[in-house]
Design a protein around this ligand. Structure first.
Ligand SMILES: NC(=O)c1ccc[n+]([C@@H]2O[C@H](COP(=O)([O-])OP(=O)(O)OC[C@H]3O[C@@H](n4cnc5c(N)ncnc54)[C@H](O)[C@@H]3O)[C@@H](O)[C@H]2O)c1
Length: 254
């Protein structure tokens, strides 16, 4: 028996990268998991289901309210409840590093839409159900770049700063309920998206700089993020709300 047995967990952006690691971990722990992803998550859901747990995949653009609302209703119809929401979907693959005044408006708008509006819409869609059952765990994925003053990535940094601020304010709006809202801020983690952030040489240089900045001298992998998310979803975290856990090998301290 695990404390996640029969829990129902929604992971946005769970088709690949770090999100997929959350899905696999919760499914292995006996949870029922729903993946909301703009890339068809059905094949991944089927693959993970064949090994462990019950996993369903819904093709959802988190910036589209009607699609998000429908996917939440479908998840409730399939599993009867939603206990945990992991807001992991984000847009950054394909964004280039450039000075803030050179960022194309379309990149700015898409970053804000997916990374901020998507979180707000998904939280809004699950909130009535979580209030009704007087239980819920919302875990929003930000980034350690918010605390680094990272240059030449202002659209992404600003959007992830908004996720951090939204988490803090939203946690207070659930005062008087057993619904917690917390944040995990990953550091640079090897995923298909990060390995596409530039040429092989540029990525290798970036990874050397990051390793030098970390106290734990190995690059993070998707599985390294799972522990913090599982803790925030666990019974042991019932008194933790409005908090951020940075998981970055020690780049940010304090
Ligand atoms: N990998 C890192 O180094 C790193 C560092 C800090 C924070 N993060 C954050 O961790 C999370 C996961 O990162 P990753 O590297 O696995 O990213 P990724 O790009 O590999 O995966 C993102 C997932 O989100 C989905 N997605 C994108 N737009 C969507 C939309 N509009 N609607 C629904 N789904 C959508 C994608 O299809 C994909 O499956 C993101 O929130 C990211 O910002 C990652």
């Amino acid at each position: 028996m695990s404390e996640f047995d029969n829990r129902v967990i929604v992971v946005t952006g769970g088709s690949q990268g770090i999100g997929r690691a959350y899905v696999e971990s919760f499914a292995e722990a006996g949870a029922n998991v729903a993946i909301f992803d703009i890339c068809d998550p059905a094949p991944v859901a089927e693959e993970i289901s064949s090994k462990s747990g019950a996993v369903i995949g819904r093709r959802v653009d988190v910036t589209n309210k009607a699609q998000v609302d429908a996917a939440v209703q479908e998840t409730l119809a399939a599993f009867g409840q939603i206990d945990v929401l992991v807001n992991n979907a984000a847009f950054y693959e394909g964004l280039t590093f450039q000075p803030f005044d050179k960022i194309p408006e379309s990149d700015w708008d898409r970053s804000m839409n997916v990374n901020v509006k998507g979180v707000w819409l998904t939280c809004s869609a699950v909130a009535p159900h979580m209030r009704q059952q007087n239980f819920g765990r919302i875990i929003n994925i930000s980034s350690n770049v918010v605390f680094m003053g990272k240059t030449n990535f202002l659209h992404y940094v600003t959007s992830k700063g908004a996720v951090w601020a939204l988490t803090n304010a939203m946690s207070r709006e659930f005062a008087g309920t057993n619904i917690t809202v917390n944040c995990v801020a990953p550091g640079y983690t090897i995923t298909p998206a990060t390995r596409n952030m530039g040429s092989a040489e540029e990525v290798a240089r970036l990874e050397r700089e990051i390793l030098d900045a970390q106290s734990v001298r190995r690059l993070l992998e998707a599985e390294d993020m799972v522990g913090a998310v599982r803790f925030l979803a666990s019974d042991g975290a019932s008194m933790v709300t409005g908090q951020t856990i940075t998981v970055d090998g020690g780049v940010i301290v304090g």
